[in-house]
Ligand binder design. Structure first.
Ligand code: AGP
Length: 602
């Protein structure tokens, strides 16, 4: 979490840093700050609690500055406050730093080196900048050596940008585990947590790797390892359209991204189709899956929920057994693995620390791995053996919507390609079905007013709610509940409907909202029975069913799509319900409290 930016060059830096931070705000929005150096080499620090908009109001417009660093924070150590906002400075004010990550041994470092230093914040970050200053002042190291020595001393995750006001024509950067890119241009260079934040300035980026230190001036970038060995690395072009980063005419990114799902389905078919119109995936991946005796899907949050649908698709289409694991559990409670596991990492951002932790273990053990991600060049993409892209376009709202459906669609494409490679008949024509689904999603989205009304009648005041379903619908209600929780703050459970009477039904009282999803012919009648059980106990029931399984009592009937792909359509009403519930409660839909989009700490 947290986002960092840096710029050194010829243009006035204030707006470059602030608009970069606006783009990075999805990584955290507890506080924000910038440090800029003006034409007379005078440094200026601006920090504010809360959003970038609040910081923007504080920045002195009259300053002309050509270099600076900035930060948007998701608090880990220390409450959200101006004191704890980055950038942090050494006591003398000579060094200024921004940091994304967590320093695990900050207390030990403080005791060992900094016992006499007065700290201004309760962050782990201030320890870094005070330590650099200590190495310069007490051991007479120059800045780069002090920076390197601090890095060797610190344990944890970090992406860092540092300014030394005695040498303001230079910015320093380093990373470990947390992502960091260097961007290059004519007469300027930049530092950024992701390419999106600086794509208005440049499309040329260089990856910085763990254990490397970069020195940037406006005309040069030098990368070296901790032993001082220079590292040459080519830049790559980030294919991001700056126009995709805006909300257009939409009030929130979340509703824009919900609306984009039909286009994403169609784009995925195009991207994975070969010249003959057949779906195609790198044969090396297919051969590895064929070789494996079990697929392990590892992910967090919404991606984990998509993984459950993926398990169903892989097992039903290819016949290979699949398991789904929470990355944060897998890393420290590793299950007994089969002889030939194949790992699939699902991650919209490609930066999730919990998932990366598992990938590091998987790589160490030499198992093959594939990342499905929306962000080319992201950490999980670089470190896995293979990558398949989601092609969903930037997903900015913290609540993931289009990445969920894109992950399921790519897993379906993968499963069909594996089946064909194995000489097995696929039970469905995925490209054809995704076309049908794109149209069906459009139909549901066109009915958005129905879901706005249902949100008002069922969820406008309730503190809790239940989504229930069985089989493939159970997987969807897990995601439906997560979406409702994170944006509306309604305490929601996604429950296997058959499990209700084993305990949870005790929570049902007058007007408790219970939303049933029924798309499965075999289990649907049972879920309907469970819906009636809760209605008898006073629940405010809403049944969303699929054409062919519908009854008069149902609140909404979904267009019929292929049995294996119903989550792609049944999830849409639940996204809209979460959106409208949050909207009517006056919440910040795109930036729900306490959250950040990219979870780069474990
Ligand atoms: C989704 O709405 C959430 N914000 C969150 O659960 C997210 O899916 C999770 O943190 C995983 O992120 P990733 O897909 O980028 O790895």
């Amino acid at each position: 979490m947290c986002g960092i930016v840096g710029y050194i060059g010829n243009k006035d830096v204030k707006e470059i840093l602030l608009s970069g931070l606006d783009t990075l705000e999805y990584r955290g929005y507890d506080s924000a700050g910038i440090y800029i150096t003006d034409e007379k080499n005078q440094g200026h620090l601006f920090k504010e609690k809360g959003r970038i908009a609040a910081l923007r109001d504080k920045v002195d417009e009259s300053i002309n500055a050509y270099s600076g660093i900035g930060h948007t924070r998701w608090a880990t150590h220390g409450v959200p406050s101006v004191e704890n906002a980055h950038p942090h400075q050494s006591t003398s004010g000579r060094f200024t730093i921004v940091h994304n990550g967590v320093i695990e041994n900050f207390e030990e470092v403080k005791d060992a080196y900094l016992a006499d230093v007065h700290f201004h914040s309760t962050t782990d970050t201030e320890v870094i900048v005070q330590l650099i200053a200590w190495f310069v002042e007490s051991e007479e190291l120059d800045t780069i050596d002090a920076f390197k020595k601090a890095i060797v001393t610190l344990k944890g995750s970090y992406a860092l940008a540092l300014v030394d006001n005695e040498n303001p024509d230079t910015l320093y950067a380093a990373k470990n585990k947390s992502p960091l890119l260097l961007g290059t241009g004519e007469g300027f260079n930049v530092i950024s947590s992701d390419a999106m934040a600086m794509v208005r300035e440049t499309s040329q980026f260089i990856e910085l790797m763990d254990g490397e230190v970069a020195t940037l001036t406006k005309d040069s970038i030098k990368i070296e390892d901790l032993a001082g060995e220079t590292i040459e690395r080519d830049s790559y072009t980030a294919h991001i359209d700056a126009n995709d980063l805006g909300k257009g005419t939409y009030p929130y990114y979340m509703i824009k991204e919900i609306d984009e799902q039909p286009a994403v389905m169609r784009k995925l078919v195009q991207q994975y189709q070969n010249e003959d119109g057949n779906l195609e995936i790198n044969e090396d991946i297919l051969a590895e899956v064929k070789e494996s005796d079990r697929v392990y899907i590892v992910a967090c949050g919404t991606s984990y929920n998509a993984g459950w649908v993926g398990k169903q698709l892989i097992e039903r289409i290819t016949g290979t057994p699949a398991e789904v694991h929470l990355a944060s559990e897998f890393a420290y409670n590793t299950p007994l693995l089969t002889k030939k596991p194949f790992f699939i990492f699902l991650s919209q951002s490609g930066e999730t620390a919990d998932s990366r932790q598992v990938l590091v273990q998987v790589n160490k053990a030499g198992y093959p791995s594939l990342t499905l991600t929306n962000v080319p060049g992201s950490t999980l993409s670089r470190e896995a053996k293979y990558t398949l892209l989601l092609h969903a376009g930037p997903e900015i709202a913290v609540a993931s919507t289009k990445a969920y459906t894109a992950q399921i669609a790519v897993l379906a494409i993968l499963a069909e390609c594996v089946a064909k490679f194995n000489g097995v008949d696929s039970p469905l024509d995925v490209a054809h079905e995704l076309g049908i689904i794109a149209n069906a999603i459009e139909t549901v989205i066109d009915d958005h007013e129905v879901f706005e009304h249902l949100s008002v009648t069922h969820l406008s005041t309730s503190k809790n709610a239940f989504y229930i379903g069985r089989g493939i619908d159970y997987y969807v209600v897990m995601e439906a509940a997560l979406k409702l929780k994170e944006v509306s703050y309604v305490q929601a459970e996604g429950w296997a409907s058959g499990e209700l009477k084993h305990g949870t039904i005790a929570l049902i009282e007058d007007n408790t909202p219970v939303i049933s999803i029924i798309t499965d012919e075999v289990s649907g009648p049972h879920t309907r029975g469970n819906a009636h059980e809760v209605i008898s106990r006073g629940a405010n029931s809403m049944i969303i069913s699929m054409e062919g399984l519908d009854r008069q009592e149902d609140a909404y009937v979904l267009p019929k799509v292929h049995d294996l792909l119903t989550p792609l359509i049944s999830v849409i009403p639940t996204q809209l319900i979460a959106y409208y519930t949050a909207l009517h409660r006056g919440n910040d839909v795109d930036k729900p409290r306490n959250l950040a989009k990219s979870v780069t700490v474990e």
